[in-house]
Design a protein around this ligand. Structure first.
Ligand SMILES: [Cu+2]
Length: 111
């Protein structure tokens, strides 16, 4: 996985610092940005309890309030929800919240 290679690139960076500090600053920023992208996780859960537009609305509203959740797409027809998140949000917290609002995740459709 590419994300695991990035920390090594960060560790080797200081050795070249004197050569072209300005260039490395830009490279460092690019690496930081890449790590942020890599931390984002998208999961899709089956939510059989979804039965109308209010359900999808409630799920989207509630999940958006969880810190770290970036995007929520609840699907009425497919009875599923796709959640994109990064720390501090975790799968455990998302599933706990879904259970709490009475829309328990009954299966992981995609990671
Ligand atoms: Cu409903």
């Amino acid at each position: 996985m590419r994300g695991e290679l990035l920390p090594a690139a960060v560790r080797t960076a200081p050795a070249d610092m004197s050569a072209d500090a300005h260039h490395l600053c830009a490279a460092g920023r690019a690496i930081q940005k890449q790590e942020r992208v890599n931390k984002m996780t998208t999961v899709t859960y089956a939510i059989p309890a979804i039965h109308c537009g209010h359900c999808t609305h409630t799920i989207e509203m509630e999940l958006h309030e969880l810190a770290g959740v970036k995007d929520v797409k609840a699907d009425l027809q497919g009875k599923k929800v796709e959640v994109s998140f990064e720390p501090p949000a975790t799968e455990e917290k998302i599933k706990a919240l879904l259970a709490e609002i009475k829309y328990p995740a009954e299966g992981l459709l995609a990671l």
